[in-house]
Design a protein around this ligand. Structure first.
Ligand code: TXA
Ligand code: MG
Length: 342
């Protein structure tokens, strides 16, 4: 596996690998993606194999601008109101951590969309990612990269190149190292195809931000976050984003009342409820910033899990803004633990 920096020359080499059907991990503002040419079925098949990902779980296609949308999306299959909403969402949030589920162009391979008639698409807010996608364009056509998060299926998402190298290094052709990801949780997945507009996965764009553009819940946007046990999107399994150690979610008061054990690890949201310290005690944001907590989430979970604790105790954030996405990841990370305790 080759490791590249994000210089122009290095991105060109990575794009050549992708154009030949290779697998290239690259940074986005949310998490690292494992990119392949969205129209190359052999390369798509290799992504599922490398991640050990079930074929029923469709991929997100990454494009470099709204102008490339037509390559993967059949906008004419939507009514005029929805078409206008697609434009509005893209204008408000692209480039950025919002994925739109839209009618698929027939040319997009079924493997990418798991046989669905819809396709998930987003334009990432990361310069190296945008440059790489553009360099993958050919014969006057804009580039389009199918890219799931660059981690083995079900495990913690990668927010640094080292996470990818450790878990998938022997299965991919190259990685573009762009340093740590700034947002730290995956994109929000918004379904614009169904009767009711729905958030299928909470993420980097908050419900509050979406309501500012689409209108409040009830005016078209379905209310409430997706429940952890409910599969709203093929990939939204109850247990996901999981560390190897069993993880337990707690309120702030519960965390403050825990008794420290040497073989356990602790992930506090802020400094407020931390009653003890030590190597296996991390604080997502000393000042209680949900944005900072999101950016640190997977990095800190990787770190704690690496200490091989008997348990990880994690503090849930206030259920607002990007805190909702962080909590969704923590609950899914702890879902198997909760099930075994039932
Ligand atoms: O931030 C992100 O979105 C990152 C970076 C790399 O862009 N990507 C990412 O991809 O999180 P992945 O494969 O880990 O998650 C894709 C999610 C899954 O939950 C999948 O089920 C959903 O998007 N999805 C993809 N296509 C869909 C479709 N047609 N309908 C409903 N959900 C879809
Ligand atoms: Mg993922």
């Amino acid at each position: 596996m080759l490791v590249f920096d994000s210089s122009g020359a290095a991105l060109r080499k990575a794009s050549e690998i992708i154009k030949r059907g290779g697998l290239a991990a690259f940074p986005t503002e949310t998490v690292y993606g494992l990119g392949v040419d969205a129209f190359n079925t052999a390369a798509l098949a290799r992504v599922f194999e490398a991640k050990n990902r079930p074929h029923f779980d469709p991929l997100i296609i990454h494009i470099a601008s709204y102008r490339s949308l037509d390559r993967v999306v059949l906008l004419s299959a939507l009514g005029p109101d929805r078409r206008a909403l697609v434009k509005k969402c893209a204008a408000a949030f692209w480039p950025g951590p919002l994925t739109l589920v839209l009618p698929k162009q027939p040319a997009v391979p079924e493997l990418a969309t798991a046989g669905l008639s819809t396709v998930a698409v987003r334009c990432p807010a990361h310069l190296a990612a945008l440059k790489l996608i553009r360099l993958c364009g050919e014969k006057g056509l804009p580039g389009a990269l199918a890219a799931p998060s660059a981690n083995p299926f079900g495990s913690l998402s990668p927010t640094r190149a080292e996470h990818v190298i450790e878990k998938l290094g022997d299965k991919i052709d190259c990685i573009v190292d762009g340093g740590p990801c700034s947002v730290g949780v995956e994109s929000t997945v918004l379904d614009l195809c169904s009767g009711e507009i729905a958030v299928l996965r909470p993420g980097g764009i908050t419900r509050e931000q979406l309501e500012d553009v689409i209108g409040p819940a009830g005016s078209g946007l379905r209310g409430g976050p997706p429940a952890v046990g409910q599969i709203t999107s093929p990939g939204m399994l109850k247990s996901h984003y999981a560390p190897q150690a069993p993880l337990f979610c707690h309120s702030g008061e519960e965390m403050a009342a825990l008794t420290r054990r040497d073989d356990e690890a602790y992930l506090f949201f802020s400094g407020k409820n931390r009653r003890f310290s030590g190597e296996a005690v991390l604080v997502l944001s000393e000042t209680g910033s949900a944005l900072e907590a999101a950016a640190n989430l997977f990095e800190y979970l990787h770190r704690l899990d690496g200490m091989r604790p008997a348990r990880i105790h994690a503090e849930i954030l206030p259920e607002e803004g990007i805190g909702a996405a962080v909590n969704d990841r923590l609950r899914r990370a702890g879902a198997l633990t909760a099930e075994n305790a039932d």
